[in-house]
Ligand binder design. Sequence first.
Ligand SMILES: Cc1ncc(COP(=O)(O)O)c(C=O)c1O
Length: 489
Amino acid sequence: MQRLPLIVPNPPRLADYKTALERIEVSGIYSNFGPEARRFEQEAAARLFGGEGACLTVANATLGLMLALKDAVGEADGRYAVMPALTFAATAQAAWWAGLTPLVCDIDPDDWTACPAAEERLLHQHGDRIAALVPYAAFGHAIDLDRYAWLAKRHEVKVVIDAAASLGTSDAQGRSFGAGAPFPVVFSMHATKPFAVAEGGLIHCGDRDTIERLRAMANFGFAGARSASVPGLNAKLPEVLAAIANAKLETFGATCAARERVTAAYRAAIGGRYATQPAPAGRQALGFFQLLLPRGADRARVAAALEAEGIGTGQYFSPHIGQQPWVRQVATIEPTPVADDVAGRILSLPLHDAMTAADAERVIAALDRACAAPHGRHRPAHRRQQAGPARRACARAGADRARPGDRRRPARPLCHHLGFDRADLPQRGGRQSLSRDRRARRPSGGAHRGQLSRRARRAAGGGRPAAPRDGGPVAPASHREWREGADRA
Ligand SMILES: Cc1ncc(COP(=O)(O)O)c(C=O)c1O
């Protein structure tokens, strides 16, 4: 049977950009934002972002994030960049290279992006010690950029979006994710992404001046003459790669449509039996198909069983960044029970341009067999009801969506960040840190300085009071209110 690897990079064939390579050779321009890069930037702005704002090519998304963060915060002085635990190491690395301290927060149990309540609690708790928010649009999921625009104004905090996996994501009206955003949105064109080039990144922003500042920074800080006027490094995309990107643009619509068909087939075959991110109203660009194994399943054995059937798997992002040794050395890490649970169960399944709906059905049938097998340790519903603290802490986790015939008690309608039983918290740091964790989990504005332990106070600002900037309210509940708030602010 045909093998289905997890990822099959699909950059354009040589024949599709051979003429462009010849053009490059004739012109003798191999880099320095030459004609191929400029053409791609203009075409991407027009065709991917509906003519809004502008785009900048960079050598990869990591450099793009570094530049955007450095431009946003200036002298960072070790202030915080808030980011979700479930992301790639590059998010934390880029913040650190920009002089920021990653402040790692938990994720939302339903869509696996940064938990909104955690972000707002941290903004109120740490005040101006937070320089930037760096949300990750997890696996191409369209996070609410209006809300981030509101937070940016409300808390005078900078925002840079890690949209590494999101080229190809669009809303129900077909508007691309990030189009016209008031802050930089950074995409990757790595060979493993749906917009497969080789290496490469694309920064989009609704503000053209921001793009031109970033262009100077990506070119050693040269704003005009060869004299550095702003901080910079070399992040330019070579012309050869820009030529490949131009060729990819020609077929990207077909790529997205093919992947969307496979994604729909996955969702239909899963039929709610495994937790996934919610189906989008529009289109979600997916590099692979992510789901959560049932609690108690042995992921390594399930993966081995799939491999034996010729199906490659991965586990993005496990370990999550809060579990990675270097990040643990340099970052401040919040309790992350939901991310721990999701990263512990996540399984990445094949999704490539040439896959068919039947391939997706084959993968899910193999997964069902693997989970049902004794070694898969797929526990029946009545056993799962007695699952331990992680399940209770994640009472709202998508994994716990009711299934037909499942008589478990309904999930509690609580955001896990807004208070749950002591027994619900993971027993990681002993009693002392357990109680610190509980205090840190009070609703926004409720984490009074006097109630924090010495260690938590240090994290909150080196011993100085970390009052909210104005003690004002948290973000309103509806997107409409966010938008209106942003308009007013
Ligand atoms: C979330 C996230 N951020 C940043 C990056 C870095 O992208 P690049 O490889 O283009 O530097 C990746 C790469 O996969 C990613 O997944």
